[in-house]
Design a protein around this ligand. Structure first.
Ligand code: NAD
Ligand code: UDP
Length: 391
């Protein structure tokens, strides 16, 4: 069931630089060779893997946009780093004037924020991005937008409401919890933006691909609380923080909920295929995940603990402890019970199948966190205060 949206125009319109662009120092890139790609949210976890992969391509022309660049080094060939917010006045106008392709990654995508800063979460995943969609449609720019598997909600449900194993892009119902369960602010905002993108594609000729990532993990994900961020990061970094500081790994509601984990290099590889296959991916919503790595959070904790022990055999033996979701996240949280992607569409359109098991991906991830944080955790009084038992 492929939608037949209008093909991209041959001649791409451009407009004069806006004042915000000049302030943000966006230079005019050369016009020949590779498409000009603007990556919004390039300094985050996925961006810090995607940008170097694109930069390896001869003649790459990339504008990498973010408010922070701690994870993305300067000096990559063909990459211009622009430190700016996409909310800055005139910025999206200026950036879409210069790009052939826009890859949008900006979001507040950490579950601890969904019920504590819900309005900012909704703005980041919806309000701030509606103008981008409109500009891409008007200027005939190709939009590759990163949505989320969270749009499927609590679990996979078929159209008749009965459960199914996998989440299918074009068949599975989207099952979010009630409004007072603020956990779903992010999913609802992402879902509504998908609907806006779809409508611009269907009715106004927007060339787009929407990606729904399923728990991508790898080096440089999130932050370690007390060292380079505050609050609760996603589960990988939360467990790494506990391992680095000798604290218990906390299993929310016992850790029976399940996730399907995909290694970031394989995810980026699929994104490159999407960039390279505009016709096949036109007007498509595509899951990117690994159905073979469907595990409970308890199992993830055990596997991370043993990967850590393999590299630090003398560290205190990690322990698991259960906490309720209300204690851990506060009121308004609700969990996704199980999320397994249907892989059929990604395999068909991208000729892509990820292979890496958790046993293969966890050792390099643990090694990366050890290299970046071990000495900083040991030397940081805030991290040590959280972890008095640090060996
Ligand atoms: P991330 O938080 O590491 O990166 C997001 C980046 O966007 C951050 O560097 C942030 O500074 C930047 N940003 C936010 N608002 C901005 C603004 N107004 N202007 C400029 N930059 C801004 O997240 P990530 O894991 O790299 O995820 C990237 C995208 O993929 C997100 O849209 C997320 O919803 C989606 N996604 C990721 C996963 C995953 O497993 N990592 C799963 C589902 C969906
Ligand atoms: N979780 C947990 N302990 C933690 C952090 C998270 O048990 O220290 C659980 C969380 O409740 C969720 C799962 O791990 O069920 C994955 O959480 P993550 O933050 O990665 O985000 P999600 O997959 O829910 O978007």
């Amino acid at each position: 069931m492929r939608p037949k949206f209008s093909a991209p125009a041959d001649g791409r319109r451009s407009s004069r630089p806006g004042s915000a662009a000049a302030r943000a120092n966006i230079t005019r890139l050369p016009t020949a060779g590779q498409p000009r790609i603007a990556i919004l949210g390039a300094g985050g976890f996925i961006g810090s893997h995607l940008v170097p992969a694109l930069a390896l391509r001869p003649g790459a022309r990339i504008v990498a946009v973010d408010v922070v660049f701690d994870k993305l080094p300067p000096g990559l060939p063909g990459v211009e780093r622009v430190q700016a917010s996409i909310r800055d006045s005139g910025f999206l106008d200026a950036i879409t004037a210069r790009a052939d392709i826009v890859i949008s990654l900006t979001a507040m995508c950490n579950p601890a924020l969904y019920n504590t800063r819900p309005l900012e979460v909704i703005d980041a995943s919806y309000t701030d991005l509606v103008p981008l969609v409109k500009l891409c449609a008007e200027r005939k720019r190709r939009l590759i937008h990163l949505s989320t598997c969270e749009v499927y909600g609590r679990r996979a449900l078929r159209a008749d409401g009965r459960p199914s194993r996998c989440m299918d892009e074009d068949r599975t119902a989207l099952c979010l919890g009630p409004i007072h369960r603020e956990r779903w602010t992010y999913a609802a905002a992402k879902q509504l933006l998908e609907r806006v993108i779809w409508a611009y594609g269907r009715h106004h000729g927007l060339e787009f691909t929407v990606v729904r990532p399923f728990n991508v993990i790898g080096p440089r994900m999130d932050f370690i609380p007390g060292v380079d961020g505050q609050g609760i990061p996603r589960v990988l970094a939360t467990f790494m923080h506990a391992l680095l500081t000798g604290q218990d790994l906390v299993l929310v509601d016992g850790g029976r909920q399940r996730r399907s984990f995909l290694y970031v290099d394989e995810f980026v590889n699929a994104l490159l295929h999407i960039v390279d296959r505009p016709e096949l991916c036109q007007g498509q919503i595509i899951n990117l995940g690994n159905d073979k790595n469907d595990v409970s959070i308890r199992t993830l904790a055990r596997k991370m603990a043993s990967a850590f022990r393999a590299q630090r055999p003398n560290a205190r033996a990690p322990r698991l402890r259960t906490q309720t979701a209300a204690e851990f996240y506060g009121a308004g949280y609700e969990d996704s019970i199980v999320r397994i992607p249907s892989m059929a569409k990604a395999a068909r359109l991208l000729d892509w199948r990820p292979n890496m098991t958790l046993a293969q991906m966890l050792p390099p991830i643990v090694a990366d966190y050890l290299a970046r944080y071990e000495s900083r955790v040991a030397g940081d009084p805030r991290a040590r205060a959280i972890a008095p038992g640090l060996p």
